[in-house]
Design a protein around this ligand. Sequence first.
Ligand code: 2AM
Ligand code: CA
Length: 307
Amino acid sequence: MVNHGCRLGKYRLFYCPGTLSTVYRPVPKKLCLSKWFLICNNPFDLFNNNNGAELISFLKSLITRAGEICIKEQNYLNSVDLEFKNPKDLVTVTDKKVELFLSREIKAIYPEHDILGEETGRSGISSRFLWIIDPIDGTTSFFHGQPFYAVSIALKKDGEIILGAVYAPVLRQLFHGELGKGAFLNDLPINVSNTDSIIDAVMATGFACLRAGLKNNNLVHFNKIVPQLRDIRRYGSAAIDLCYVACGKLDGFWEMNLNIYDIAAGILILKEAGGKISDFSGNLNYPENGIVAANSHLHPLLIKMLR
Ligand code: 2AM
Ligand code: CA
């Protein structure tokens, strides 16, 4: 549903079906129906006057509605709904539909903001605000009827990620993070694990490098690291992998050849949950030089194994 809302003076009123969020200030009591939102028209007010609460409510509502589109469409997908960026890199009609939905909703409320989406690229270069969208992270899982895929949305202000949300709709797991305010799973605070030895660790990795056809790929690291771990998981969504490290379901994650839209929201969520993130050398050139995420005990050990 395209939902542009209607203007109410300084505010805009939205109908948000299926949202996990609750209505927040400054909704007058008589408007406190569970699915109505008031959004401030001026984005600069959002952080200066309301601590980002309005933006977070908007983001949670938006990503939940996008997830509902995915759930509805996943059961009806077949081969005519599929295109190939390369023989292993899939895109479905739903990826494009969800990205269009997200872009339209964001533009309706924040017309001056820039947007970078996996499927449509970047629109605008002039705003202090940039939304980074991955409509479906884990498209292969999505197309193959599996639950480990997510919608991922991050917001940058002046080059810094200030908000991030990752929603895995089949799992009903909504992660979000706010710069300086923590990370949450379904609104409960989350933290990375305390695991401090490799033999007790469960980690995840992925093979974007293989799908991109790279000869210098992750198999050499995989073969070296996996025997030293308790176990390995391969969910197929970097956004979920980062969030699972953030909430301690995983102790670490590494991957090569990812793009910023795969990880932007997950980076903030992981950092806000107390996790460490770097490239394979321990520097900050991720995702270009690989990405390594773990709790602070395991992060240096994982980097050592990747050298
Ligand atoms: P996607 O599902 O949106 O394509 C799986 O290992 C991870 O790699 C997913 O997050 C997947 O995102 C991502 N990925 C990014 N670039 C890729 C590429 N060129 N080929 C395959 N997977 C890629
Ligand atoms: Ca992706």
